[in-house]
Design a protein around this ligand. Structure first.
Ligand SMILES: Nc1ncnc2c1ncn2[C@@H]1O[C@H](COP(=O)(O)OP(=O)(O)O)[C@@H](O)[C@H]1O
Ligand SMILES: [Mg+2]
Length: 169
């Protein structure tokens, strides 16, 4: 374990990821809500997984932790959807249609990460080179009829969030 705020890209801070099986959409949303609470309205979260793996569903759970109960649509064409609730500011990114990571520079993406906000990012690989190191990377894979989620921390803050999350599971 290092005391530096960051470790180099591709290297996670915690050897043991948080791993959980999510049997259905209800479980997915419930886990997202726990993750949202553990983040406490701050951080950068990468959501990895192929199309239909439940990234937007997970985001719906995260948002419900801050009192958002409405629909959550993937901002595929707008790239980002802001949510302002009583308890947090959350930016939901979907970079699936992003052709060039440099476009993110033009939309002033760095401002989003400077704020006290939670940034949840689907298809983060499309923004490689421009996006910051995430606090947490969550990877969704298929597990029977459901999904498996694996979370690793890349920063001290991310490790703290995962430690908090473990106490809730
Ligand atoms: N844990 C789960 N088990 C089974 N189906 C799930 C689970 N989580 C989400 N789904 C379903 O997967 C489908 C795609 O979800 P979505 O969140 O849109 O995926 P993505 O954003 O990764 O493309 C939805 O029909 C959703 O109900
Ligand atoms: Mg999606």
């Amino acid at each position: 374990m290092t005391s530096d705020a960051f470790v180099s890209a591709g290297q996670s801070l915690q050897a043991d990821p948080v791993q959980i099986q999510l049997a259905d959409e209800v479980a997915q949303v419930a886990f997202g809500e726990q993750l949202g609470r553990a983040c406490n309205g701050e951080g950068v979260l990468f959501l990895q997984g192929t199309l239909g793996m439940g990234k937007t569903t997970m985001t719906r759970g995260i948002l419900s932790a801050y009192g958002h109960q409405g629909a959550v649509k993937s901002p595929t064409y707008t790239l980002v959807e802001p949510y302002e609730t009583e308890t947090a500011r959350v930016y939901h990114f979907d970079l699936y249609r992003l052709a060039d990571a440099e476009e993110l520079e033009y939309m002033g993406i760095r401002d989003y990460f400077d704020e006290k906000a939670l940034c949840v990012i689907e298809w983060p690989d499309k923004g490689a080179g421009v996006l910051p190191t995430p606090d947490i990377e969550l990877t969704l894979t298929k597990e029977g009829d459901g999904r498996a989620a694996s979370l690793v921390a890349f920063t001290v803050k991310g490790a703290e969030i995962l430690a908090q999350l473990r106490t809730m599971l």
